[in-house]
Every structure is written in structure tokens, then in C-alpha cells.
Design a protein around this ligand. Sequence first.
Ligand code: ADP
Length: 396
Amino acid sequence: MANPTSTPAGGPSGPLSHLGRLIAISSGKGGVGKSTVTANLAVMLARQGLRVGLVDADLYGPSIPGMLGLPANQPPAMSPEKKVIPAEAHGVKVISMGMLTVDDKPAIMRGPMVTKYLQMFITQVDWGELDVLFLDLPPGTGDIQLTLAQAFPLSGAVVVSTPQDVSLKIARRGLRMLEQVKVPILGIIENMSGFTCPSCGEVTHIFHQGGGREIAESIGVPFLGSIPLDPAIVDSGDSGQPLAEAAPDSPAAQAYAAIADALSGDMDRAGGLQVPFAWDLTTGEGKPAPASEGAADRPLALDYDPSGLTIRWPDAQVQTIDPRDLRLSCRCAACRDEISGKNLLNPETVPMDVVPTRIWSVGNYAIGVAFSDGHNSGIYTFPALRDIESVEAEDV
Ligand code: ADP
């Protein structure tokens, strides 16, 4: 289980650091179950003890309040500091356009307005301390999504698709878009992936199975799991009690739970470093236990001394990364231009004696690093780590 007391892993630094990890849930098209997935994952993580917030950024068709049983069109309260107090349901703090509009008409907005609203949802809302803040994005792979993906220091994005070819093709386009803007892709979820029989609970695959996994593999991103088509999901969404709570033992709820675990880095892994971990380099506490074997692209051991961070890879390569090189290689949105990949970080602003102070696991594909200069929004995928020049590379 994820550690609720650990500092938010991979979250933004600076004024947004109290929000923890900012995770966008996107889909190429509407109706694939993106909001249902978001609501259920949020509730699952809250049940695990994480402090979870949810921004219903699907401003054109806000459905999250209904799914979580929150009254529609009820304006949220304001704090004495003139911040919006989010509603709370099933342990999740929620803000949605659905709470701000006074009628049922969908809000018609242009891209810049959507971004403005979303910015407000993130900065003008009294979220308190969060471990994770989900953004339920509007469907699509166009300008709005692109702007949103760039407007916020996202820790990562999840793409939801159904198994039909057309949906998967659009999902692939969405994945490419996220890749272009350098948003780390946390993985793809296949929803409505087979039919759960209401009487016997057996799951039958109606559509082509495994398309989500194939796309994930072809693009080289994690496949987070499939959720079966289950009529109980519609009922629970309509009644405002997410399946994660209404029927926690159902196959679909268990699929949500497995995906929530994967997202919180609490997944059983085939070899490699044990996750999750949160290693405080100033005290040495929480250092991940080394593994003896593992998949080719995952470190077996991490060590740190003043010469740098040493990573032992399964192919017997030992890489030592200079502490300052590690800082300068940060690929977060503040350090790299998302579109051109150009380095935005002026090396002169980085102290010569900068050192990592904390290293934590991000899922099973990356580490997050906090530095002595206060920077803590960098997520280093394992392939990206390998690309950083080693102080000394040696075969053992
Ligand atoms: P989106 O956010 O992608 O537009 P929604 O989450 O609003 O999609 O879901 C669309 C409809 O599909 C809702 O009625 C929801 O209850 C239903 N739904 C979502 N996931 C499933 C599922 N796995 N099985 C059955 N119905 C589902």
C-alpha cells in the first residue's frame, strides 16, 4: 500500500507542491468511460489512505459530481481567504464546472477560457495538502488538450480507451501528442474490455481483446490494465456511489484496484528494485533494497555517495551520475520546453554543489528526485536515466 505520509512523489515544486502528483486522465474521444475511471481510481486511492483531489476539467460535460453523489449546481463555499472550498465525497475532494454553472446547459468555451478555468481550479481552490490531484480532461486530442497538458506541471497522464479499433487509433494519436509535449505517460487503460455476466460474474470478451496492451507495447508505455464492461458500473455511476465502494469485490472494482495500485507504485514486479520506496538521502532512511535479477530496463540497485548516484543495471553495466549532471538532466516542464525539447534550465542558476536529497519510486518505470536547490518536479524514466552520461561506466 502506498504510504500516505510520504511526501508527494513526483509532484510539482514551488507554489503547487501541496498538490502532490498532478495526473491527467485523458481520452481520444468521449464516452469511453474516462470520468468513470477517474472517479473510481480517485476513490480507490482515497481508500488506500492517500489524500486525493479531483478536478473535473471536462468542462463541456461535467459528470464527476453526479458519479460521486454530489449535488449538481450547488455553488461551493468560499474560505475567509477567498478560496473555493472543494466539495468532498467518498474521501475525495472535488471541484467541477458542474458546481459552478447555474443551469444544465453545457458551457461553451474556447481553449484559452478552458485553460483559465482550469488554472483557477488548481490555484484558487483550497485543496490543503494532497498526495495526488487528478485532472479529468475533456475528451479529444486537439488544441485544448495540448494547451492543458502544457499549462500544468503534470506528473503524468493516463489514456483511457475502449478496445474498438477506432477508439484505439484515436488513443494512439493522444499518446503521441502527450509524447510530443513531454508529458510522462503513466500508461493506457482499456475500458469496457469484456462483458461481466450479471448473474455468474464471468467476463466474456465481445470485442477484439488486447488492443490496449498492443498499443502500449508498440509505443513503449505501461499497460495499466483492462476494466470489463459491467452494467453495475452504469448503475453505480447513476446512484452516485462508485463501484469501488458499491461492489468492491466485483471484477471491475478489482480491475480499478489493480490500476490504482499500479499508479501508486504499489505493484508486484518481475525483479528489479523493490517499489514503492522513498529514500531520504540526508538520513539514509528508506533506501531501496537491491534486487538480484530483473527486467533489462530496470535498475537492480541504487547507491549514493559524493561522487554521485550509482545505478546497477541487469546487463552488468554500472553507471555513476554526477549529482549536478542529474539535476541538469531534469526533463520536467520547468526545465525543458515541452514542444521543442529545448533546455530551459540555465545551468548558471544551478549551484555547483547541488545534491539529490530524496529519491522515490514512480510506478515501476521511473524515479522522482528532489534536490538541495529545492527542485523536486523531475521524473526520470529508467531509459532517460540510462541516457545520462556516466562519470565512469564499467563492466563488472
Ligand atoms: P467519458 O468520461 O469518457 O465521456 P463516462 O465515464 O461518462 O465517459 O462513461 C460513459 C458511460 O459509460 C456512462 O454511462 C458510464 O456509466 C458507462 N461506463 C463507463 N465504464 C463502463 C464499464 N466498464 N462498463 C459499463 N459501463 C461503463
